[in-house]
Design a protein around this ligand. Structure first.
Ligand SMILES: CC(C)(COP(=O)(O)OP(=O)(O)OC[C@H]1O[C@@H](n2cnc3c(N)ncnc32)[C@H](O)[C@@H]1OP(=O)(O)O)[C@@H](O)C(=O)NCCC(=O)NCCS
Length: 185
């Protein structure tokens, strides 16, 4: 019976009829942790989300989930505060989709929803450290094009930035992530 329900949910996501994106609410916390644990090899990202939730980098309304029509949380995208020089921005991390549901557009939907929420709130820019084959579809460009870098060595095309509005001001400089990321400023 449960398997039948899950198969039905997967079909609903695949044809696009059942996917819901919305900001996280308190009952989602354990499900978000489970999605991050399922998507990554270790619990590091799940722990990071929980640490960020208790930090000053957290912004209510910028942690987004994707659910099936039945309400199962299957995807998550998180935006938290960061700075580049004097400019206040957001960083996108982590992004996770339950492996059983990957490759169906759920990651894209939940990331787009989180970015739109940031845009509506007047955010200026978003930094992501991730797969250069994935994030440009949302508007991310190489951070080095903006004179932005990191204090640690990463592949040059993995650090990306996108502006959220035409008037966005982005300083050149080094990305300063929130303390739970463990990346020195
Ligand atoms: C990355 C992730 C969030 C994407 O979610 P998704 O629902 O599978 O993605 P979508 O269905 O929206 O998009 C699928 C596209 O993403 C691409 N993609 C997925 N994982 C990728 C990766 N590791 N590197 C590059 N591209 C990737 C697929 O190739 C596909 O590309 P296409 O549209 O050109 O065919 C998801 O695959 C995931 O949770 N992966 C494991 C955790 C992770 O690596 N998170 C990102 C780092 S924070």
């Amino acid at each position: 019976m449960i398997e039948h329900g899950r198969e039905r949910n997967e079909a609903m996501v695949k044809d696009g009829s059942g996917l819901v994106t919305r900001p996280e609410s308190p009952p989602d916390v354990d499900d978000i942790r489970a999605v991050n644990i399922a998507a990554f090899e270790t619990s590091e990202e799940a722990d990071l989300v929980d640490a960020l939730r208790g930090s000053s980098a957290w912004i209510d309304g910028l942690s987004w989930v994707a659910t099936t029509a039945a309400g199962d949380v299957v995807g998550h995208a998180l935006l938290t505060r960061c700075t580049v020089g004097e400019s206040a921005g957001l960083c996108l991390a982590p992004c996770a989709v339950d492996p059983r549901y990957q490759g169906q557009g759920i990651g894209s939907a939940v990331i787009e929803a989180a970015l739109e929420a940031a845009r509506v709130r007047g955010g200026d820019f978003v930094v992501v450290l991730g797969h250069p084959g994935y994030y440009p579809r949302f508007g991310f460009r190489r951070a080095s094009d903006y004179g932005i870098g990191l204090s640690i060595d990463v592949p040059a095309d993995a650090l990306m930035v996108m502006t959220l509005n035409d008037d966005a001001s982005v300083s050149a400089g080094t990305v300063c992530y929130a303390e739970p990321f463990g990346i020195p400023c």
